[in-house]
Design a binder for this molecule. Structure first.
Ligand code: HEC
Length: 455
C-alpha cells in the first residue's frame, strides 16, 4: 500500500519533471533563437538559405505564396521560435514542404529561424482602454489629461490589427498598447492618413513619443526605429465616422496596421509596373503554373520563368501584374498579368540538350540589371536572362559553363516565333549548335496568327 503510494508519487514526480523539462527545453530554445535573431551574421546566413530554398513558396519578403506568410502574427503551426524551428524540421510533406532536418544541420536550421524572426512585422499582444468625456479644443489640440476622463473599459484585443471604429458613442478616445515589430529597412515610417483637423493622434514607440511630420493635408509621417519595441497609439476624436488609416511603410511597401487600412487595401488594385529597372514578382499568377516568377522589364515586356520546369511559360506586353488584394490576403489570390499576351503555356519555351528530356534543377536567381535565372539541365549549368527588347521582340541570352559540341533544341508554343541566326527552324522548335561554348541568344516575337490581343 505504502510502496504503491510512493511509486505513484514517484511516477507523478517523473511525469511532472519531464513536462517541466520539456517546457524548460522549449523555453531555452526560444531564448537561444531570439538571441540568434539579433546576431547579424546568423541572420545573413539564414537569409541566404531562405532565398535559395524557401522563397519560391513563401515569397521573397516572406509575404506568402503557396506556403503561408511567415512574417505576420498568424501562425497555423505555432509562432514560438521553437515551434517555427519544429515546423521547419518536420516540414509538411503532404502539403509539399519537405522535412528540412534531413537537408540542413541544426545550426543552419536555427539560422533560418533567426532570419524569419528578424523579419517579423506588425503588431502583437494588443490591449486597449476606452475613455469617455473628451472635449475637443480646436485651438489647442492638446492631448487630454487622462485623469480627468472616465475609463469605460480595458480589453485584451485578440486581433493583430488596431480598430479605431470600435463603437463608442460620444466624445471618446481609445489607447492601444502592445508591441510592434519593425524589420530593418531603409527609413521605416508609420503613415497615418485621413486624420481629421480636430483629431488627436499620438504614437509612442519604445516609451518615447514619435515625432509627427506633415506629409500632406491629411497624411502624417512618424519615423520609427527598427526592432521589436513597445508601441502605443492614442486616438481621440469627437465621434466622427471617418476613421484614419494606419500603415507601416518599409521601402515601397505599405503594411496596414488597422482595420480601416486593411479593408481599404483589400478593395484596391495594385499594379506593379517596371519603370526604371526590372521588377521581379514571386506570387501565384493567374493561369500560370505555380512556381512561376514574373519579370517586368522597363521596356514594357514581361515574362514568367517557371522554377519547376526551367521554362518561359508566358510573355506579355505593357504593365507587369495586378497583385490586387494579395497584400492583405496572405498571397492566396492569384495576381493578374496586365497587357497584351503573346503566349501563356504550361510547357512554354524550354530547352533540351542532346535530345535528353532530363529534369531540370532550378538553383537560384540573381540580379545585376536584368534578372538571371540559374538552372542545371542534363548536368550543364545554364543561366537565362533577357538581353534586348524591342516593341515586338525579346531576346534572351543563355550562358553556360560548357556548351561545347552540345546540340540544343529550343521548343516553343505555336503562338510565338523563335529565331536564332544560327538555328535551324522546325515546327515549334529550333535546333542550335552554339558557335562558342559559352553563350547563345534566341529572339521571341508574337506570331501574327497567334494569341496576341486575345486577352
Ligand atoms: C514547395 C513549397 C514549400 C517550400 C519550398 C517551403 N515551404 Fe514552408 N510551407 C509550405 C506550405 C504549403 C505550408 C503550409 C502547411 C499547411 O498547410 O499546414 C508551409 C508551412 C510552413 C511553416 C509553418 C507556418 C505556420 O503558419 O505555422 C513554416 C515555419 C515554414 N513553412 C517555413 C519554411 C521554410 C523556412 C522553408 C525553407 C527552408 C520552407 N518553409 C520551404 C510550402 C513550402
Amino acid at each position: 500500500m505504502f510502496t504503491a503510494f510512493i511509486k505513484s508519487i514517484t511516477r507523478c514526480y517523473f511525469v511532472y519533471m519531464l513536462a517541466l523539462y520539456s517546457f524548460q527545453a522549449q523555453a531555452n530554445t526560444d531564448r537561444e533563437l531570439m538571441l540568434r535573431a539579433s546576431d547579424q551574421k546568423a541572420v545573413a546566413r539564414g537569409e541566404k538559405l531562405y532565398q535559395s530554398v524557401c522563397f519560391g513558396c513563401h515569397g521573397l519578403a516572406l509575404e506568402g505564396g503557396t506556403g503561408f506568410n511567415l512574417r505576420d502574427a498568424v501562425w497555423v503551426h505555432g509562432g514560438r521560435p521553437s515551434q517555427i524551428l519544429e515546423s521547419l524540421e518536420r516540414g509538411f510533406p503532404d502539403k509539399g514542404m519537405m522535412a528540412f532536418k534531413n537537408v540542413y544541420n541544426s545550426q543552419s536550421l536555427k539560422d533560418i529561424v533567426a532570419f524569419i524572426l528578424a523579419k517579423q512585422v506588425g503588431l502583437r499582444h494588443l490591449k486597449y482602454d476606452v475613455y469617455d468625456g473628451f472635449e475637443v479644443d480646436e485651438k489647442k489640440r492638446q492631448f487630454p489629461d487622462l485623469k480627468k476622463l472616465k475609463l469605460i473599459k480595458s480589453v485584451n484585443h485578440h486581433n493583430k490589427e488596431l480598430d479605431f471604429s470600435i463603437p463608442i458613442p460620444g466624445k471618446t478616445g481609445i489607447i492601444y498598447r502592445g508591441s510592434i515589430y519593425v524589420p530593418k529597412s531603409e527609413n521605416p515610417i508609420i503613415v497615418v492618413t485621413k486624420l481629421g483637423p480636430a483629431d488627436i493622434f499620438k504614437i509612442s514607440a519604445a516609451g518615447r513619443q514619435l515625432k509627427q511630420e506633415k506629409f500632406n493635408k491629411s497624411t502624417w509621417h512618424y519615423a520609427i526605429r527598427p526592432g521589436r519595441q513597445r508601441f502605443e497609439v492614442a486616438y481621440f476624436n469627437e465621434g466622427r465616422t471617418r476613421v484614419p488609416r494606419l500603415y507601416l511603410k518599409l521601402g515601397e511597401e505599405l503594411i496596414p496596421l488597422n482595420k480601416a487600412a486593411s479593408s481599404f487595401e483589400k478593395q484596391s488594385t495594385y499594379n506593379i509596373i517596371a519603370t526604371s529597372e526590372a521588377k521581379v514578382v514571386r506570387k501565384k499568377i493567374d493561369q500560370l503554373p505555380i512556381r512561376s516568377i514574373a519579370v517586368g522589364l522597363p521596356e514594357k515586356i514581361n515574362y514568367a520563368f517557371n522554377a519547376k520546369s526551367c521554362s518561359i511559360v508566358g510573355i506579355w506586353g505593357d504593365d507587369l501584374l495586378n497583385i490586387g488584394p494579395n497584400i492583405a490576403e496572405r498571397g492566396k489570390l492569384a495576381s493578374i498579368p496586365l497587357g497584351n499576351r503573346w503566349f501563356y503555356d504550361n510547357k512554354g519555351i524550354y530547352l533540351t540538350i542532346d535530345g535528353q528530356q532530363a529534369p531540370c534543377k532550378y538553383t537560384k536567381y540573381t540580379r545585376k540589371g536584368s534578372p538571371e535565372f540559374h538552372f542545371i539541365l542534363d548536368q550543364v549549368k545554364l543561366t537565362l536572362a533577357a538581353k534586348r527588347v524591342t516593341k515586338t521582340s525579346i531576346t534572351f541570352a543563355v550562358t553556360s559553363s560548357n556548351l561545347k559540341n552540345k546540340k540544343i533544341k529550343l521548343n516553343f508554343p505555336p503562338s510565338v516565333e523563335v529565331s536564332n541566326p544560327l538555328g535551324n527552324v522546325g515546327e515549334n522548335f529550333l535546333t542550335i549548335v552554339p558557335s562558342g561554348s559559352r553563350q547563345f541568344d534566341f529572339t521571341v516575337s508574337p506570331n501574327s496568327g497567334g494569341e496576341r490581343n486575345a486577352n
